[in-house]
Design a protein around this ligand. Structure first.
Ligand SMILES: [Zn+2]
Length: 343
């Protein structure tokens, strides 16, 4: 017997839901919390399928079984009793959208015993929308299960948070991401066969989120990832080898000028600095950015740990400045000064 056999990671959470479904002690509302690409929607769908699965009374069966008609409909998003709400192209989920959803909650199921209301981007609900939902969370209609999905519970009112059980999805360990990708993706198997560390680079960049790893597995995204890694490595090499200011400036200005892309480069740059300083102290410690441990070790021998930490701090300052709408040229110049400073 397995719980959520097709979901990778978050074992304790899966066991908790499995136990609640089998013993009929499920809450009426849950908040599934996790970053983009961590599987919140998949997890919500699995809960709906487990609750509706025809094998749920069978102690020896996997839940959801994945093959009964209810499971098949829910897992392929074809059930009329599973309702989704998200913000679409808008910045927020509005009070009117929530009111429509509440009207829908009053109706009876058409094919399942329970109706499911999955609110994606729940942290994008306006305060008025959250207050409108409160009534349903306080006195849920019979046969309704509400699943809120959010990157962080911080965007929700305390009154909403206190009326739902929170399920926080954990990052999936790298070896499990690798196993999953090799099973599920032909592109992953191709990269693995090439054996140039490209699949490891995808896994490192996913930070334990299967959805993110899968999104990287297209030739276009792989090329973008490779380019990003080379840019980051160029800056770290310049920093570690005490390159001239002009060389550092060239390496830093290879970073993209577009804000979202620049931020996406600063995170791995911080991780690369962290890797070098960690590998200096303990050569076998897990690395976040470098796939080739020897490359990290060789570079770390030239670099000073304190300077690496200062560069990482400068990257965090740069990321804050990008978020605060600072001038990109100024941000990059100031980062280059920090990277090239030798004292
Ligand atoms: Zn089933």
């Amino acid at each position: 017997m397995a719980c959520f056999p097709d979901f990778v990671g978050s074992d304790a959470l899966r066991a908790r839901i499995d136990d609640a479904v089998r013993s009929c002690r499920l809450s009426h509302a849950y908040l599934i919390e996790g970053p983009e690409g961590s599987g919140k929607r998949t997890f919500a769908r699995m809960i709906a399928a487990a609750v509706s699965c025809e094998k749920r009374g069978d102690t020896g069966a996997d839940l959801p079984c994945g093959v009964c008609p209810a499971c098949r409909k829910i897992l392929s998003d074809r059930s009329t009793d599973v309702h989704y709400l998200d913000r679409g192209d808008r910045a927020t989920v509005s009070v009117d959208q929530v009111r429509d959803l509440r009207r829908e909650m009053a109706l009876s199921p058409t094919e399942l015993d329970v109706r499911f209301f999955i609110i994606d981007d729940a942290d994008a609900m306006t305060p008025a929308a959250q207050n409108a939902l409160l009534i349903s969370l306080e006195e849920p209609p019979a046969g309704v299960l509400i699943l809120l999905l959010a990157e962080s519970a911080d965007g929700l009112l305390p009154t909403v948070r206190s009326r739902v059980q929170t399920l926080r999805l954990e990052p999936v360990p790298n070896d499990e991401v690798r196993k999953y990708l090799l099973r599920a993706s032909g592109e992953a198997r191709k990269l693995d066969a090439e054996g140039k560390g490209k699949l490891d680079a995808v896994i490192a960049a996913s930070h334990g989120r299967i959805g993110v790893a899968l999104a990287y597995l297209t030739p276009k995204r792989e090329a973008a990832l490779e380019k990003m890694r080379e840019t980051v490595k160029g800056i770290v090499r310049a920093a570690a080898s005490g390159a001239s200011y002009a060389e550092v400036l060239r390496a830093v200005f290879a970073l993209p000028a577009k804000r979202t892309e620049l931020t996406a480069h600063l995170v791995p740059l911080i991780e690369a600095c962290r890797d070098l300083s960690v590998v200096k102290r303990s050569p076998d410690a897990p690395l976040l950015f470098y796939v080739d441990r020897n490359e990290a070790k060789t570079l770390s021998e030239k670099a000073d740990s304190q300077r690496l930490m200062k560069i990482a701090d400068a990257c965090r300052d740069a990321a804050d400045a990008v978020r605060a709408n600072g001038n990109i040229q100024t941000i990059l110049t100031s980062l280059a000064v920090s990277v090239s400073r030798r004292a």
